[in-house]
Design a protein around this ligand. Structure first.
Ligand code: SF4
Length: 378
């Protein structure tokens, strides 16, 4: 186990067993400026941001584990930028939306969102171990509702039962893994009773922000609740692949659960090729597939964390050929309004003319590719 955090004033009184206990981590999450002040040397911008977050908007919640990953001095620390509010959250920019993916307009039953013909997303809770400052669902996370009971979700289950075209259910929130194991297992088993649901995807940032939550008991409960459950997690920076997080991922994979990762492209966190390369290589080493590199959704108050679209394309060009295909995610824009995801990226197609296509390789070589001659149907 990693040494107990030096930046916790009372670290010497912390017992290792407490640190390893996810409930202790959740109960001791830092939620206000006063507590942050004790462990980090805050800048004025962070101080203003934290005071504002306490009063309105996306609240603060940071597990001791994740806070211990923060650099106590350096405000440009990539972990700090993801979890410590800043004054810029008060600044609106062009294109900002409260609900960037149009989820409220696409709600087909309480807590159930449909944006594609064959899949739905269930909002199982509004709680998370850490409230990420870039959260797409900042309009609802931490709003006080807590985990939805099975009775509250029953209309959503009924809706899915009545729609056999639904093959894939994403259980999200908030973070469903901050629910009790029993509650989560009951929810997954309920989905398992719906014959046409082939796949359940559990969207959780717990391996990153609360890895103690990924116990063997939880892994077994997830594995046994439904035949095909995929874990969709959310590492954004190599620093997050700390020892506890890597162990959590190993427990998931060893339990037979496929783990996919969606990285959000964040200004000042991971918007350079070296950081992304290190992250994607590290994920593959842990048997996690980097799946999407997501252009940040235009959530109100996050303009300071967003990069221009062009930057993501440049980064994908820099990584093409430099890392293997299994380590290279798709760059995705989830279109504002909830009209669906669009893959974007550099083009390697230079020209097409009478069966001859000119392609540009990652080294900049131009190569002709000849289509086969047309063959009459026999
Ligand atoms: S864990 Fe997910 S739902 Fe929770 S605040 Fe972070 S991004 Fe939002």
């Amino acid at each position: 186990m990693r040494a107990l955090p030096q930046n916790f004033r009372d670290a010497s009184r912390l017992r290792e067993s407490e640190w390893r206990d996810w409930r202790w981590q959740a109960q001791h999450a830092v939620t206000n400026l006063q507590a942050l002040d004790k462990v980090l040397r805050l800048t004025e911008a962070e101080r203003i941001g934290a005071a504002r977050a306490e009063a309105a908007g996306l609240p603060i919640s940071i597990t001791p584990y994740y806070l211990a990953l923060c650099d106590p001095i350096d405000p440009s620390c990539p972990i700090r930028r993801q979890c410590i509010p800043r004054a810029e959250e008060a600044i609106g920019v062009r294109g900002d939306l409260r609900d960037p993916l149009g989820e409220e307009a696409h709600e087909v039953a309480p807590h159930l969102i449909q944006r594609y013909p064959d899949r739905v997303l269930m909002v199982a809770t509004d709680r998370c171990g850490v409230y990420c400052r870039f959260c797409t669902r900042s309009r609802i996370v931490g709003d006080g509702g807590g985990a939805r009971s099975l009775a509250e979700l029953e209309p959503a289950f009924h809706w899915i039962e009545a729609h056999p075209e639904i093959r894939d259910v994403i259980v999200s929130g908030g973070d469903p893994c901050v629910m009790s194991t029993e509650r989560l297992a009951r929810l997954l088993r309920r989905l398992g009773q719906i014959a046409h649901v082939d796949v359940v995807r559990l969207a959780t940032r717990a391996p990153v922000t609360l890895p103690q939550r990924i116990t063997d008991e939880l892994c077994t409960a997830i594995r046994e609740s439904h035949d095909a459950t995929w874990i969709m997690t959310h590492f954004n920076h190599p620093k997050e692949l700390a020892e506890e997080a890597r162990s959590a991922c190993a427990r998931l994979v060893d339990a037979g659960l496929p783990v996919m990762n969606q990285t959000v492209l964040l200004r000042g966190v991971n918007d350079d090729a070296e950081t992304l390369e290190t992250l994607f290589r590290g994920l593959v080493r842990e048997r996690i597939r980097p799946y999407y590199l997501l252009q940040m959704d235009p959530v109100g108050g996050t303009g300071h964390l967003r990069t221009p679209l062009r930057r993501g394309i440049e980064l994908m060009a820099a990584l093409q050929g430099r890392v293997s295909g299994i380590a290279l995610p798709k760059l995705i824009v989830d279109t504002p309004g909830g009209l669906g995801k669009v893959p974007i990226g550099p083009s390697y197609l230079v020209s097409e003319d009478e069966g001859v296509t000119v392609l540009e390789t990652f080294r900049g070589d131009l190569v002709e590719y000849y289509d086969p001659p047309e063959i009459a149907d026999q």
